[in-house]
Design a protein around this ligand. Structure first.
Ligand code: SF4
Length: 386
C-alpha cells in the first residue's frame, strides 16, 4: 500500500465560500442552494463567525495553517452575486482580519448575468479586493438558455462583463455548456464566438450532466439531447476551436489566454489545501477532508463541519494531476508515495499512447483531448495496474 503523504508542499492555500442562494432553481442543477434570501444577513454573520472560530481553533491553528498566506479566495454557489456587494466586502474584511491574505491573492466571485444594479455591485466588490469574476453564460442562444431554464439573455452577459471591466475587474471567466438540448456545432460556434468577443481571460466548458433527482433528469426522454458521440464531437470541436484562437487547454474543462489559469481551482487539482466555509462547502486540511452538511439553517445555528476521511493519497493525486495539462511526473510520484511502478502500469500506458489518449514526455504523462474525454476509464485502468 501507499504512504499517505501528499504533494501539497509549497502549494498555496485557498479559501472557498459557498453562497447557498439562487433567485430560481435551474432544472438541471443539484448544487446546494435555496431561494429564501431573507436568510442572507444571518448566513453572512454565520460565515464571519465561522471564519473567526476556525482561525482560533486549536487543532488547526496549532499547525500554523492559518498563519499561512492565503493565495486565493473564491465565492461560489449558488449565486454569490445575490449578496449585496457590501456583504461580500464584509466577508472579505473578515478573511483579511483572521488570515494572512497575500497582497496578490486571486479573489473570484461567481456572478449571474441577471445581476441588478451592476455598477454599484462591481464598484463595491472591486473596492473590497475582488479581482476576478466567473459569469454563468452557458449559451449565447436564447432558445438554448431557455432549454436549460436559465434566466437572462446574451445582452445581460455583455452588460455584466462591461460593468465588471469598467470597475477594474478585467480577469473574466465565462461558463459555457456543451450538450444542451438542440445544440449543434454551428450553435456552439456562435456561443464560443460571442464569448470570445467579450475578451475573456478564461473559459470553463462543461458537458451537461443530468443529475438524478432534478426536473431535467425526469424529462430526459423527451429532450432532444445530443447522444454520447455527438457530445464528444462537440467537446473535441471546442478544444480545436479554442486552441486555434490561442487559448491554453490547461484542464479537462478549462481554457485560458496568456496563462491566466484559475489559480484557486488549479490548486485543487494539484492537491493543494483549502478551507471551505458555508453549507455544502468542503475543506482539505492537513491530509483530512471535512464538509458542512447541505443545511443552511444548521450552518446558521453553528453546526460544525463533519470529518470526511483522509485525502491526498496516491490515487487521488494521480487522478487530479491527469485532469491538467501539467500531467504527472512519474519519478516524483513514485518517490513521494514510495511506490515502484510495475510493468503492467507501463503496459497500460503504452496501449493508451498507441491509441492517442496519452502522451509521455520523458516520464511526465498527460492526457490528450481524446484522453480527457475518457479520463475516468484511463485513470481507473492506471490505478488498477499500480
Ligand atoms: S444559478 Fe447556478 S447554482 Fe443556481 S440553480 Fe442555476 S445553475 Fe444552480
Amino acid at each position: 500500500m501507499f504512504n499517505n503523504q501528499r504533494l501539497t508542499h509549497g502549494i498555496p492555500f485557498g479559501v472557498y465560500l459557498h453562497v447557498p442562494f439562487c433567485a430560481a432553481k435551474c432544472p438541471y442543477c443539484d448544487f446546494y442552494s435555496g431561494r429564501d434570501i431573507s436568510l442572507i444577513p444571518a448566513y453572512v454573520n454565520a460565515v464571519k463567525e465561522e471564519l473567526r472560530t476556525l482561525a482560533r481553533a486549536r487543532d488547526f491553528a496549532d499547525r500554523g495553517l492559518f498563519s499561512r498566506p492565503v493565495a486565493s479566495v473564491y465565492f461560489g454557489g449558488g449565486t454569490p452575486s445575490l449578496l449585496p456587494g457590501s456583504e461580500i466586502a464584509g466577508i472579505l474584511q473578515t478573511v483579511k482580519e483572521t488570515y494572512l491574505l497575500q497582497p496578490d491573492a486571486e479573489i473570484t466571485a461567481e456572478v449571474n448575468p441577471t445581476l441588478k444594479e451592476r455598477d454599484a455591485f462591481f464598484a463595491a466588490v472591486a473596492d473590497a479586493g475582488v479581482n476576478r469574476i466567473s459569469v454563468g453564460m452557458q449559451s449565447a442562444l436564447a432558445e438554448e438558455r431557455r432549454a436549460l431554464g436559465r434566466r437572462g439573455t446574451p445582452e445581460d452577459v455583455l452588460q455584466t462583463v462591461k460593468a465588471a471591466k469598467a470597475a477594474g475587474i478585467d480577469n473574466v471567466s465565462l461558463d459555457i455548456m456543451l450538450g444542451i438540448p438542440g445544440q449543434t456545432e454551428e450553435s456552439l460556434r456562435q456561443s464560443l464566438d460571442f464569448a470570445l468577443s467579450l475578451f475573456p481571460s478564461h473559459l470553463s466548458i462543461y458537458i451537461l450532466k443530468l443529475e438524478e433527482g432534478t426536473p431535467l433528469y425526469a424529462r430526459r426522454h423527451k429532450l432532444d439531447l445530443p447522444d454520447e458521440d455527438a457530445a464528444a464531437d462537440l467537446y473535441l470541436f471546442t478544444c480545436r476551436y479554442l486552441k486555434e484562437k490561442g487559448m491554453r487547454h490547461y484542464e479537462i474543462s478549462n481554457f485560458c489566454f496568456n496563462d491566466r489559469v484559475g489559480r484557486h481551482n488549479l490548486s485543487y487539482w494539484r492537491c493543494g489545501e483549502y478551507l471551505g466555509v458555508g453549507p455544502a462547502a468542503h475543506s482539505f486540511i492537513d491530509g483530512k477532508r471535512f464538509y458542512y452538511p447541505r443545511d443552511l439553517r444548521a450552518f446558521i445555528a453553528g453546526e460544525p463541519p463533519v470529518y470526511d476521511g483522509p485525502g491526498g493519497d496516491a490515487e487521488e493525486t494521480l487522478m487530479l494531476a491527469l485532469r491538467t495539462d501539467e500531467g504527472l511526473d512519474l519519478a516524483v510520484f513514485a518517490d513521494t508515495f514510495g511506490v515502484s511502478l510495475p510493468p503492467a502500469f507501463y503496459g497500460e500506458m503504452g496501449v493508451m499512447q498507441k491509441n492517442g489518449l496519452l502522451v509521455n514526455d520523458n516520464g511526465n504523462i498527460r492526457l490528450t483531448d481524446r484522453g480527457f474525454l475518457v479520463s475516468n476509464s484511463i485513470i481507473a485502468a492506471l490505478l488498477a495496474a499500480l
